[in-house]
Ligand binder design. Structure first.
Ligand code: GSH
Length: 206
């Protein structure tokens, strides 16, 4: 049985993806909060784990891994859980993971950060929201007549995109125009043992 330590921050969407994946895989883990405002992600010790100075970092049996999408793929391959059932499905799952990182995540995390943390100018927020809306439209279309993004079971493709889309309200993007996305979000949220993204990770003591 491997040992796991997740370095993260509870407001960070990529960190939430990893916390929820570990839960769904039934993997127990130690959790260390990283105070980004205090620069704890830029210390030599942290940079030795992730040269990009970002959370999440997942340490598995002493080996540090970065990039939430790569970590999700690693955990799916290692545990055999939440992956595609065939080589073709596995390929599609990985395509969705990269698509999330490329389009959906920036389209929601970008305006969310501008609104919550950076007091962003309206035109910068609107620019980010347009990207998020474009991505949500694609997601809505892909989910037409489907329960899950790939195959007939939930995969890391659903998990990654579920977490990202769950924060649309923070980015002030309404989901009314995306009924398939709304139904799918409720379906994924109901998976046994899945915490809400907002409750996924411990908050530091005040
Ligand atoms: N592509 C990375 C993004 C990670 C990321 O953006 N982490 C943010 C928190 S949400 C961070 O650590 N920001 C601090 C920094 O970049 O200095 C992933 O998916 O893991």
């Amino acid at each position: 049985m491997s040992s796991y330590t997740l370095y993260g921050a509870f407001l960070s969407m990529p960190c939430v993806k990893i916390g929820l994946m570990l839960d769904l895989c039934g993997l127990k883990y130690d959790y260390k909060h990283v105070n980004l405002r205090a620069g704890e992600n830029k210390t030599p010790e942290f940079l030795a784990m992730n040269k990009w100075g970002q959370v999440p970092v997942l340490v598995e049996d002493g080996a540090a891994m970065a990039q939430s999408g790569a970590i999700l793929i690693h955990l799916a391959e290692k545990t055999g859980k939440l992956d595609g059932a065939t080589p073709a499905e596995k390929q599609q799952v990985r395509e969705w993971i990269f698509w999330d990182a490329d389009l959906l995540h920036p389209g929601i995390a970008g305006p969310r950060s501008q609104i919550l943390f950076l007091n962003g100018a309206p035109e910068i927020v609107a620019f980010g929201q347009a990207r998020g809306q474009r991505a949500l439209g694609m997601l809505n279309e892909a989910l037409e007549g489907r329960q899950y993004l790939v195959g007939d079971k939930p995969t890391i493709a659903d998990l990654a995109c579920f977490v990202t889309a769950s924060y649309a309200a923070d980015a002030k993007i309404a989901l009314d125009a995306y009924p398939n996305v709304r139904a799918w979000l409720a379906r994924i949220a109901a998976l046994p043992g899945l915490k809400t993204p907002q409750e996924a990770l411990p908050r530091p003591a005040a």
